[in-house]
Ligand binder design. Structure first.
Ligand SMILES: [Zn+2]
Ligand SMILES: [Zn+2]
Length: 366
């Protein structure tokens, strides 16, 4: 479906004045009085309909919201009626129903990693199109009903005979007076302007299952927008957006975390307590643990969707090299290094240290 802004050749953020100017310019070229070619007239109608939406602050806003959404949700406000007017109601014969299928709606919901893992219950508040309580969807003022369209005599379409190189061709298009409905609402309901539906805030309880992740969509049948004329509602899609966790990183069912341990703990081995989605968990650090080694905590990862099983939590160990050493500690580390036959590095002079670093850098070509 063509973008209304594109039709008018303006940017999405164009001002009302820019839209008006753009329309005037196109209208001057395409106006039926100037260019009676039917194809051009169709184009003119399309552009005019686009202008009708974009020149109306409220309709424009609805279009913007719907247009950025999904599932072709064009919001409401008679937009689909205009679209039908464009295309002359397609190849359909006879009047079209006032009652229309409603659009789907999309709402995004943020969940924490823990909520994504264990599932949660939410109550979502959404602004939605609901059946107009005053006219219960008919669009007519109380005690009135639509009357037959006098122009098309209730057929919803008008016929034209055109001459072409094939001879006379009869074409039919949606009746402009009744927009193809075959009937006209003489006295529209004041609350919904004859649309049969109004906007209302709704609270919808949603059960978010364990194991969801960003991009997952839940379909709530019949909780989308009610159609024009009180038509059946579309579906509501709830899309999951998972918040970033402070220290846990998700990769499918697997979680990763980094834990820093001291040089001494890495050398001697120890038991440490780490925070997981399930609370504190104790892990054993083996003597001689190196930076980059991993420990898997089975079953402490994410829940698999539609399953009770869970992935693993992988703990990545980072051994911290001590930075600020006391003279005493330095001495001890030197003794330690000597005892292993390693070169002493600690209490050397500045000059020596720099030459060592220089060599080190050279060996890497830095
Ligand atoms: Zn109403
Ligand atoms: Zn009509």
């Amino acid at each position: 479906m063509a973008d209304l802004y594109e039709m008018l050749g303006v940017a999405r953020e164009a001002s009302a004045d820019e839209i008006k100017k753009a329309y005037r310019k196109i209208a001057r070229e395409l106006h039926p009085d100037i260019n009676p070619d039917p194809a051009v007239q169709d184009k003119f109608k399309e552009v005019t309909a686009a202008y009708e939406v974009l020149s109306d602050t409220q309709k424009r806003q609805q279009y913007d919201m719907g247009g950025q959404g999904f599932g072709g949700g064009q919001g409401f406000g008679g937009f689909s009626d205009i679209m039908d007017a464009f295309f002359g109601g397609g190849g359909n014969r006879g009047p079209r129903a006032r009652m229309r299928q409603g659009q789907d709606a999309l709402i995004r919901v943020q969940v924490t990693l823990a909520e994504a893992c264990f599932g949660t219950d939410r109550e979502l508040t959404i602004e939605n199109a609901v059946v107009c309580p005053t006219c219960t969807g008919s669009g007519c003022a109380k005690g009135t009903s639509p009357s037959m369209c006098q122009v098309c005599k209730g057929r919803g379409e008008t016929q034209q005979i055109q001459k072409s190189f094939l001879g006379q061709v009869m074409t039919s298009r949606a009746c402009g007076t009744c927009s193809g409905f075959g009937s006209v609402i003489q006295e529209p309901c004041r609350e919904c302007d004859g649309e049969g539906r109004v906007r209302a805030r709704q609270n919808i309880p949603v059960k978010i299952p364990a194991g969801v992740e960003t991009g997952n969509r839940m379909q709530l049948a019949g909780r989308g927008e009610v159609g024009a004329g009180g038509g059946p509602a579309g579906d509501l899609y709830v899309e999951i957006v998972e918040e970033e966790h402070e220290f846990l990183v998700r990769d499918g069912d697997t979680l990763h975390m980094e834990v820093e341990i001291t040089f001494a703990a890495a050398s001697l081995g120890t038991k440490i307590s780490v925070e997981t989605l399930d609370g504190q968990s104790e892990i054993a650090i083996k003597a001689g643990t190196q930076t980059g080694s991993t420990i898997a905590l089975k079953g402490h990862g994410m829940t698999r969707l539609r399953s009770n099983s869970r992935g693993d939590l992988i703990v990545h160990i980072v051994v911290m090299t001590p930075t600020k050493l006391s003279r005493e500690q330095e001495k001890m580390l030197n003794e330690f290094a000597k005892s292993r036959g390693e070169a002493a590095g600690g209490s050397t002079t500045k000059g020596k240290n720099q030459s060592f670093l220089g060599k080190f850098r050279d060996s890497f070509g830095r």
